[in-house]
Write a protein that binds this ligand. Structure first.
Ligand code: ADP
Ligand code: MG
Length: 468
């Protein structure tokens, strides 16, 4: 009977699927109109139920009549009886200890799967998502640097598997928020659909689980485990470079998930075109969906990130300190946060309030080796703060005397401290042309020689703008 069933099934699905899902099944017994088949694992059972149930029902009906029934027997563990299945992949590198009582322990790296004795209907496997609850959309500051990636991520979070962004690949340099963003997507999906199985895993964790699976001859369980995930978040796929076997297994898992409408989210430190040591067929899959990059955040975004972080941690700092920090560390959010933390640690150790001077001492040690350039934006901000004037005014076309003066000073420092052209500076200061900027620089020079008060302004501002 089962052979007849297989015949029909084989005609209805792809050869590959047939080999994977039906060939390993053993018919056990036929009692009346009840056929019992043995499947190798619980994943297997769930997979069949989830994906082939209609087909299976049809063939059973055809072969055994309309009262025909199918029962599964799962290669089992006698000890765990009716406990719910748990699949727990810890984030740390601890290996799961093999339980000596289990007759069929399945050890995939640190994932331990216990197959229960009986299967009363379909139950959901619990997979620990490994998501970091702090890396949410709420705590992710939006800026020009991340707008596309963030909104694509948000779309995916609202409709996992149901957007054109599958896979979604987020790429960008170290410390720019890739892990944070993909985590946020995972959290939001879990939030909206608690029943979906979301899994965050780093690529090196995946690779080492795979190596363990090869060693212990459990590659099937490894693959089946990943194939039943609804939303797979694979962090730092550049780690797969040069690892052909790992790429192969990921390729198959990827295809399976993609074909079944599951969402795949990946991060990488480079765009697909620049990834070396990656199989072409895998790279071409990456391009199916959307690749969105994260750029280094601009000054305003850096300030917002610091403020958000301080707010979350209940810390207060003088705004000049925050601005100084944001201004000094430009290329890496992780370092920016690191500097904030060490600043706070220092101050509580020394029981000193965090002043701008203390901050400067600290930060300069921190960023000793990174070149920094003052930006026009920062100069404008410092100048406007100094004169207590909204920055919009400085950027406007107004000809009011105080505004003109502040604007000229900002132009003067921009010329002196940045590599920007006169035209660029003019553009940032209310759309003036280069001649106006040049004129401003001359005026400031002249005034500083004749006007004592004006000279004082310049000296104060110079101090604020110059480091060390
Ligand atoms: P990556 O994975 O790209 O190396 P992470 O996601 O680990 O970077 O981010 C490094 C740190 O910077 C994390 O603590 C993260 O919360 C923080 N961070 C990065 N971007 C942002 C942002 N836009 N808003 C808030 N925090 C951010
Ligand atoms: Mg990361």
């Amino acid at each position: 009977v089962w052979d007849n069933c297989l015949q029909i099934i084989q005609d209805n699905i792809s050869g590959h699927s047939f080999k994977t899902w039906f060939a390993p099944i053993k018919p056990l017994k036929l009692a009346g109109n009840v056929l019992t088949i043995q499947v190798p694992s619980n994943f297997f059972y769930e997979w069949l139920e989830e994906h082939y149930i209609d087909l299976i029902k049809k063939v059973i009906k055809k072969e055994l009549g309309k009262d025909g029934r199918l029962e599964y027997s799962i290669i089992m563990d006698k000890n765990s009886e009716d406990k719910p299945y748990t699949v727990n992949i810890p984030t740390n590198n601890q290996k799961a200890v093999k339980n000596p009582d289990m007759s069929m322990p399945v050890d995939m790296g640190s994932a331990t799967i216990k197959n229960p004795f009986v299967i009363p209907g379909l139950r959901k496997i619990n997979v620990e998502s490994n998501l970091n609850p702090n890396y949410s959309f709420d705590s992710f500051v939006e800026g020009d640097c991340n707008r596309l990636a963030r909104s694509a991520g948000f779309a995916v979070a609202n409709k996992p598997g149901g957007t054109a962004f599958n896979p979604l690949l987020v790429y960008g340099g170290s410390g720019l928020g890739k892990t944070h963003l993909v985590n946020a997507i995972g959290l939001e999906i879990k939030n909206q659909n608690p029943e979906l199985t979301v899994l965050y895993v780093t690529s090196d964790r995946f690779a080492s689980q795979f190596v363990d699976a090869v060693k212990s001859n459990t590659i099937n369980d490894f693959s089946h485990f990943y194939q039943m995930i609804d939303v797979l978040i694979m962090d730092d796929v550049q780690f797969f470079a040069g690892k052909e076997k790992t790429q192969d297994v990921f390729f198959h898992i990827f295809n399976h998930l993609h074909q079944t409408g599951k969402q795949v989210i990946m991060t990488s430190d480079k765009p697909p075109v620049e990834m070396q040591g990656m199989e072409q067929r895998l790279l071409s899959r990456f391009k199916w969906g959307l690749s969105a990059d994260l750029q280094a955040p601009g000054l305003d975004t850096r300030i917002s990130i610091l403020k958000k972080k301080m707010y979350a941690d209940g810390i207060e700092l003088p705004s000049e300190v925050v601005e100084y920090l944001a201004y000094s560390i430009t290329t890496n959010v992780r370092e920016l946060e690191g500097a904030l933390i060490s600043l706070i640690a220092q101050s509580s150790l020394n029981k000193k309030a965090i002043t701008l001077d203390l901050a400067k001492q600290m930060i300069d040690k921190f960023v000793k080796n990174t070149a920094r350039e003052v930006s026009i934006d920062y100069i404008q901000k410092v100048v406007c703060d100094y004169f207590d004037m909204p920055i919009e005014l400085l950027k406007s076309k107004t000809r009011k005397r105080e505004v003109v003066q502040a604007r000229q000073i900002a132009m003067f420092f921009s010329k002196k401290m940045t590599k920007s052209s006169l035209a660029t500076i003019g553009m940032h200061c209310g759309g003036k042309d280069h001649a106006t900027v040049l004129h401003a620089c001359r005026t400031v020079n002249n005034l500083s020689e004749t006007d004592k008060q004006f000279r004082k302004y310049l000296e104060d501002l110079d101090k604020k703008l110059t480091l060390a």
